[in-house]
Design a protein around this ligand. Structure first.
Ligand SMILES: Nc1nc2c(ncn2[C@@H]2O[C@H](COP(=O)(O)OP(=O)(O)OP(=O)(O)O)[C@@H](O)[C@H]2O)c(=O)[nH]1
Ligand SMILES: [Mg+2]
Length: 344
């Protein structure tokens, strides 16, 4: 596969660009037409930042050593991370030795291809191959856990799954209510206990209820916590212990939600949570309000975890299954072309 720059200019991010299909085939029908919350749109701030910096770089002069250094800085400052940026630039330098790169278009196409190489691993099919399939949603405060849990529930429900929610954020009454409201709106059962009750007990009871009610997927929302809050991190480990006592395969998924706006901070958040629990996948939220969408590259280079979803708005349909191709296309404003000759 290789990439072609879209005909529209970078500064014109709206209509024509969003017409390129970026939706995953697995997208629920009711989310298909939500253009305002597309991956394209969600990454528009990141893309604009990127372009502004790149445009001045290549058009004016040849890609010499200084320009490559600048390009490296640009990638790093776009939150792609040091390791991924160095890797990409190294490959581009090698390419430039044999081939003249003399337009922004060409550079973007090549960068898109390099990004694709790194990001391929982030797209993995979410195999919901157990019943009930138990997924615990974790993350620091305010990243979008509860909203994302509800959005995922709606997505799975639209795909025909029987879903149940568990409110294991037992610290705040408002947190339980927030999930209950989503449950009512989506007509999905929500397992709760009183505020202050044991989060692990909620998770335990939810599994029992899910089994009794023939539920396909149980999504357990948890409280936001920082790695410095030892007691809360221990509580998370306890939830996992209690679940795995019920069945050694529980939880099947520990999905960490990250706010894209935190940029490189997201990397240390994953590191900290991995110490308390086996994070198995990621969801990246609030891309719509952030110019730091490049952080997905840094995350993938460092952890190689699947990115299940990206959040591109506050509405229930503003959650998109992650596909590497759509991400790369949206980030660079390119479109992919299946090549008959193999690309590197
Ligand atoms: N723009 C935008 N807002 C989002 C997105 N995802 C979540 N939000 C908003 O972020 C705010 C916090 O979301 P919550 O789901 O309550 O976050 P949380 O991680 O559960 O928060 P705590 O439980 O307090 O730790 C809400 O106002 C959401 O509507 C997104 O993808 N885009
Ligand atoms: Mg919450």
């Amino acid at each position: 596969m290789f990439f072609k720059r879209r005909k529209k200019t970078a500064s014109n991010d709206s209509k024509a660009e969003t017409q390129t299909s970026v939706e995953s085939d697995s997208q629920p029908a009711n989310a298909q037409n939500n253009r305002s919350g597309s991956i394209e749109q969600g990454l528009s701030k990141t893309r604009r930042g990127f372009f502004t910096k790149l445009a001045g770089l290549v058009n004016v002069r040849q890609l010499d050593d200084d320009a490559f250094d600048e390009l490296e800085d640009t990638l790093i400052s776009s939150d792609a991370g040091v390791d991924a940026s160095l890797r990409m630039i190294e490959n581009l330098r090698a390419e430039a030795r044999t081939k003249k790169i003399d337009s922004t278009e060409e550079l973007l196409e090549l960068l898109a291809r390099e990004t694709m190489k790194i990001m391929n691993i982030a797209e993995q099919p979410w195999q919901i191959n157990a019943k009930p399939y138990v997924c615990v949603v974790v993350g620091v405060n305010g990243v979008g856990k509860t909203t994302t849990t509800a959005k995922i529930a709606a997505h799975l429900q639209a795909g025909g799954s029987k879903v149940m929610l568990a409110a294991a954020d037992t610290f705040r009454a408002a947190a339980v209510e927030q999930l209950q409201q989503w449950g009512t709106r989506l007509n999905i059962p929500v397992i709760t206990q009183g505020t202050g009750s044991d989060a692990a007990a909620v998770a335990h009871d939810a599994v029992t209820a899910a089994k009794a009610r023939d539920i396909d997927v149980l999504l357990i929302d948890t409280a936001g916590r920082l790695h410095t809050q030892n007691e809360l991190m221990e509580q998370l480990s306890k939830i996992m212990r209690v679940l795995s006592k019920q069945n050694e395969n529980y939880p099947h998924e520990v999905l960490q939600v990250l706010d894209a706006g935190t940029g490189q901070n997201a990397l240390s958040q994953v590191e900290h949570f991995q110490k308390a629990t086996a994070v198995s996948s990621l969801a990246l939220t609030k891309l719509d309000g952030s110019a730091k969408g490049g952080v997905a590259i840094a995350l993938t280079q460092k952890f190689g975890l699947p990115i299940r979803f990206i959040g591109v708005g506050e509405q229930i349909n503003d959650l998109k299954p992650f596909t590497t191709r759509a991400y790369v296309e949206a980030l660079f404003g390119v479109e992919s072309v299946e090549a008959s000759s193999p690309s590197k």
